[in-house]
Design a protein around this ligand. Structure first.
Ligand code: FES
Length: 343
């Protein structure tokens, strides 16, 4: 087989030796038999024509078939007739355009192999010599080789230059150490609504609600500490669900840290610490808006999706003598992100 210049494509050479020898070209039936070519042409045209018919069928189904009409399809159940016809006609129309195009390309379009030779990638010898000459001239004119004191001081400056960037790494610390291990929650601390400070009774929470809450007396504690850290670490969310929807909480075997379907979790995402309060009532999933970590609050706050490496810490709760929601203790695991060494 030859290309348009008459060269044998199977032995086209790049320099002395063939670079990519091609197998001998085998003509297709449609290349040698005009009747086969006409038959392939008819097959391609038929597929395109059928595609057009199905497109018309799509519009007919769209306008004629009532949307509430159904059809029984045995083991596949009951289907909307309108949706079924729309899907079949549109899908069939697209499929036939695709198969027609493939058939056309395989049977009728030219399939002659073409070799496009490329020049060598390396620069010619003269260009390389010219570049070297330019570099040598620049070196000589800059005096870099002769003026040792300039050269050495420049090298010294360049060696020290990256050190400030290494110093910036210090801003990534210090490591939190044990600072996230404890919060101000302790046995008997009342749970109050965030901002308003109103103490909560179980009857204040409807099933399906989520409330942002904090420990009572947080304002005084903050004044003492002069920091926002206490508030951040102690922030919780309270959710209420039907007790039979709670599949597990983090309490030891046989106990419960929930109270009549009310569960308390840290509000700080265990990935890198964003505050979370996007709650999906139907699934009991809590979604972090930062990187989409999702926690199942009905199942111990376990991670069901996303980059968080551990579940949301749960605060054990109960009620006091006056019927207000209180903590049973502090969190039993550190709150906040898990990127640091917790060991
Ligand atoms: S901080 Fe919550 S997913 Fe990243």
């Amino acid at each position: 087989m030859s290309d348009s210049q008459g060269k044998d494509l199977a032995t086209v050479e790049h320099g002395e030796a063939p670079l990519y020898p091609l197998p001998p070209h085998r003509p297709r039936t449609t290349d040698t038999d005009p009747r086969a070519a006409r038959r392939a042409q008819r097959q391609v045209a038929t597929q395109f024509a059928l595609s057009a018919v199905l497109t018309v069928g799509f519009f007919v189904a769209y306008w004629v078939v009532p949307v509430d009409q159904t059809v029984e399809l045995g083991p596949f159940g009951v289907w909307s007739l309108s949706n079924l016809l729309l899907g079949l006609t549109l899908g069939g129309a697209i499929l036939l355009i695709g198969t027609g195009a493939i058939h056309w390309a395989k049977k009728l379009m030219s399939d002659e192999e073409i070799v496009d030779e490329r020049h060598p990638l390396g620069s010619p010898e003269e260009d390389r010599a010219a570049a070297k000459e330019m570099f040598d001239t620049g070196l000589a004119e800059s005096g870099f080789a002769e003026r040792k004191i300039v050269r050495r001081s420049l090298i010294g400056a360049l060696l020290l230059f990256p050190l400030p960037f290494i110093a910036f790494l210090r801003d990534m610390g210090p490591m939190p150490g044990t600072s996230l291990r404890n919060t101000i929650w302790k046995k008997g601390t009342r749970i109050v609504v965030d901002v308003s400070g109103q103490p909560l009774r179980p009857e204040d929470l409807q099933v399906g609600t989520l409330v942002s809450a904090s420990p009572e007396g947080l304002d005084e504690i903050q004044e003492e500490e002069g920091t926002q850290n206490a508030r951040a670490k102690a922030s919780i969310i309270l959710v209420r669900m039907s007790p039979d929807e709670i599949r597990s909480d983090q309490s030891p075997e046989g106990e419960t840290w929930a109270y009549e379907g009310i569960l308390a979790y840290s509000k700080i995402c265990t990935h890198v610490g964003c505050p979370i309060a996007l709650y999906q009532r139907r699934t009991h999933h809590l979604l972090c808006p930062c990187h989409q970590s999702t926690f199942d609050l009905a199942d111990s706050g376990n991670v069901v999706f996303g980059p968080a490496a551990r579940r949301m810490p749960q605060l054990p709760i109960t009620v006091d003598d006056e019927g207000y929601l209180v903590a049973q203790s502090d969190f039993t695991q550190p709150v906040g992100p898990s990127f640091w060494e917790r060991g």
